[in-house]
Design a protein around this ligand. Structure first.
Ligand SMILES: Nc1nc2c(c(=O)[nH]1)N[C@@H](CN(C=O)c1ccc(C(=O)N[C@@H](CCC(=O)O)C(=O)O)cc1)CN2
Length: 294
């Protein structure tokens, strides 16, 4: 069993981007500028956005963080997105999800200029991804593809079972794994809460991507010997022994499942870190106006 190390791979991606920024600066060219919008005080969202801003600084990108109160009106939020769309200095825009219940997430995502939509959530970019045109790929599935590529994990002809059909992870993951590329060329089964025979399907899987948001959902009896297991879950479990008061647990029962696998991602230290690295790559591409998937 080998651990797929998100810390190592994300550091490699960031180092490549930092080199590109050095080149841009040497040529006196503009460096990429990411704008992040954070609404409210969700502690997990605070952590993720802080990490995005910090990562930008580490590699020499500019970033602007716009923080709004939980009670911000939908209109005020949309007006601010319009300002960012019109601001030529901003290359990429992201709105951290989830948003408070009174705000229509779909409306907000649709308001972002598709050419600055570095999360790849805008319907235009989703459509392009589905038909294989160059576009921004949502950061978590993109990060997973970068990880598979880094470790040269064979995917051609393999059966991949994706657990979870969210717009952010499960659905785009199924598209990327099935397309005619490397990594890719998998036969994909996209499963969800209504899938009747999930255990049976998982036992046939060469690759499992768990993105269901339920702690320890994938157990050892669901995993075939030698499978590749990618854990997207980041569940906060109360733990009084921790300074933070919680510990992070994935969607996979890591200790029981790991010995059966050929490769597995840990939580923390796996897919989450790749999400940030992939977002930075999308931001670089946005700034260079040449959107691509590599
Ligand atoms: N606008 C977006 N919102 C959300 C996205 C997204 O891609 N765009 N994805 C998730 C959250 N997410 C990114 O925003 C994200 C999740 C996890 C991590 C991460 O670094 N995880 C670390 C642990 C961090 C911790 O201590 O909590 C790890 O797994 O090692 C980064 C980004 C939902 N919203």
């Amino acid at each position: 069993m080998q651990i797929l190390d998100g810390k190592l791979v994300s550091a490699a991606v960031k180092a490549q981007l930092a080199d590109k920024v050095t080149e841009l600066k040497a040529l006196d060219k503009k460096v990429p500028h990411l704008a992040a919008i954070l609404v409210g005080n969700n502690p997990a969202s605070e952590t993720y956005v802080a990490s995005k801003v910090k990562s930008c600084a580490e590699i020499g990108f500019h970033s602007t963080l716009l923080r709004f109160d939980e009670k911000i009106s939908e209109k005020h939020l949309l007006d601010n997105i319009t300002l960012l769309n019109e601001n030529a200095d901003i290359d990429g825009i992201l709105v951290q999800l989830p948003l408070p219940k009174h705000i229509n997430e779909e409306l907000v995502i649709n308001a972002i200029d598709p050419s600055k939509d570095v999360d790849g959530f805008h319907p235009m970019n989703v459509g392009k991804m589905v038909i294989g045109l160059p576009t921004y790929i949502p950061a978590t599935p993109y990060g997973i593809m970068l990880m598979l590529e880094h470790y040269n994990i064979p995917t051609k002809g393999k059966h991949a079972v994706v657990i979870g059909r969210s717009n952010i992870v499960g659905t785009p993951m199924s598209v990327l794994l099935s397309r005619n590329a490397n990594p890719g060329n998998c036969t994909v089964t996209l499963t969800h809460s209504q899938t009747a025979n999930l255990k049976e399907l998982c036992l046939q899987a060469d690759i499992i991507v768990a993105a269901i948001g339920r702690p320890n959902f994938v157990t050892a009896d669901m995993v075939k010997e030698g499978a590749v297991v990618i854990d997207v879950g980041i569940n906060r479990i109360e733990d009084a022994s921790k300074k933070s008061g919680f510990r992070l647990v994935g969607d996979v029962d890591f200790n029981a499942v790991a010995p059966k696998t050929s490769f597995i991602t840990p939580v923390p230290g796996g897919v989450g870190l790749m999400t940030i690295a992939a977002l930075l790559k999308n931001t670089y591409n946005a700034a260079s106006q040449k959107v691509n998937m590599n």
